[in-house]
Ligand binder design. Sequence first.
Ligand SMILES: Nc1ncnc2c1ncn2[C@@H]1O[C@H](COP(=O)(O)OP(=O)(O)OP(=O)(O)O)[C@@H](O)[C@H]1O
Ligand SMILES: [Mg+2]
Length: 345
Amino acid sequence: MIESLPFALLVCDARTLTIVEHNAAASAFFGEVLASSRPLRSLVGHGASDFFPDFAETLEPLQRRAVETRETCCADELRVPSPGGERFVAVTVQPMGVDEAVMYLMVSLLEVTQKVAGRERQQYLQRMESVGTLAGGLAHDVNNMLFAIVGHAYLLRARNEMTPEALGELDQIDAAITRARALTAKLLTFARGGCPERGPVQVNETVMETLRLLSGSLGTNVILDVSLDPDLPLILADSGGLQQILMNFCVNARDAMEGRGRLWIRTAQEGSSVLLEVRDSGPGIPETVRSRIFEPFFTTKRGQGTGLGLSVVYGLVKNYGGSVTADNARGGGARFTVRLPALQD
Ligand SMILES: Nc1ncnc2c1ncn2[C@@H]1O[C@H](COP(=O)(O)OP(=O)(O)OP(=O)(O)O)[C@@H](O)[C@H]1O
Ligand SMILES: [Mg+2]
């Protein structure tokens, strides 16, 4: 009977919590979860802790509670760490017994990874949206103040009594204003997506042009591996923005690889999207860092970076109606994938 159930079901001994029976859906699920660590024969005779120590840490208290209270216990989203990315299950533990004694526990597991991922994506987009509103407002106000500073500095410069020393100080003020304006411009690009004027853009051409510009700053120890789809459709964007996107990826990759390694750049058509992928042979992005890299001012390069590079990328891609994701490639390095809507002809 339990064999035909569409969700994973385990029957566990109430005292030892070892599995006495399970259906095919359970071995399929746990087999998938464990796929890249070790093959799964049978679950019978084992406790969850034999296979999944981390998962058992949350499952076993639920099982014990069901034994003690003799009531059905549930958890909506238990985390199941897996080498292919974490997964989530809704768990119900139902005690079964004769008279007062609980002898077995029926544990049903329903995978809810998709639901959790969808919700997290939604929350992420909302967070980025509110950070965008905040950043845009801030940049706008700071710009207004900068204009006032620029104006007064200009008036000061025009005064007769300015000594060469005083003019030197004014040069310092001007230089600082230029840096501050570059910073607010980046914040505005994140908040509003940059240049509003868009036209048809040849992605491959822009990629080659950008790589020519970059050749000096990447150095000779970064080997480029470029693979461009010759039949790529056009996109609606501005080539300056697209250039900024690619530059930020390449410079970040160079930093991650400490100036030495391989950089793969690929364009391709994928359905009605144009795909631009940049992958490097660096150490990759740690999981804890990955969820924050597109936020303005998030940087792990203390004192060296502003943390605005990828937020600019995010703003531009969003403005082009596309999407950008970051993950680590099989070889370990970071991989950034941009998908932009192809222009229909
Ligand atoms: N290719 C990569 N490999 C590993 N980590 C990366 C890579 N690209 C970005 N990161 C991480 O993402 C963070 C944010 O990147 P972002 O470009 O926004 O800022 P930054 O490079 O630190 O500063 P700035 O762009 O102003 O120089 C980096 O500090 C780094 O931790
Ligand atoms: Mg950067």
